[in-house]
Ligand binder design. Structure first.
Ligand code: FES
Length: 160
């Protein structure tokens, strides 16, 4: 049994007519697999490459270039929580907020809680500077984050 289900393979194949070249489907395919499996294993990379008629190293290169994806041996939690450490957020306490979240979750940035619920990440600017310090849960902004607000957010995410 491979890493990708038949349904996932078919959904990747469905992208093909929408793009000028098969290689252009690499990112959508990586997103699809990453969303479904919360990781892109080496086996998944090979299977994506087969569908797109690429060498696995081409898929791997694209994947590692973006630093967004978790690869072999790493896995995202159910929710990804990003804490911004860009300039505006840094000036308004982002580093303290990151330390607070790391301590509350018991993991360093880039890692997933033991119960698999939350992956803590840092971001460079999430486009919410007017609400600094800011976080992002998956793709939703949370603005003016205090340690108390972060605690409430973490509790909510763990109950999801
Ligand atoms: S610097 Fe944090 S949102 Fe822009």
């Amino acid at each position: 049994m491979g890493a990708l289900t038949e349904d996932m393979k078919n959904r990747i194949r469905a992208f093909l007519p929408k793009y000028p070249r098969k290689q252009a489907v690499t990112l959508p395919a990586l997103h699809l697999v990453h969303d479904e499996l919360r990781t892109v294993s080496n086996e998944a990379i090979v299977e994506i490459a087969e569908i797109l008629e690429l060498h696995p190293s081409e898929v791997q290169d694209t994947m590692t270039f973006y630093e967004f994806y978790k690869g072999e041996g790493q896995k995202n939690g159910k929710t990804r929580l990003w804490v911004c450490r860009g300039l505006a957020c840094m000036l308004r306490g982002a580093y303290e907020l990151i330390e607070h979240c790391e301590s509350k979750l018991g993991v360093k940035c880039g890692h997933t809680t033991e119960d698999g619920t939350i992956t803590l990440e840092f971001a460079e600017c999430i486009g919410a500077c007017d609400g600094a310090p800011a976080c992002m849960r998956e793709d939703v902004h949370v603005m003016n984050v205090t340690p108390e607000k972060a605690d409430a957010l973490i509790t909510e995410l763990k109950l999801k």
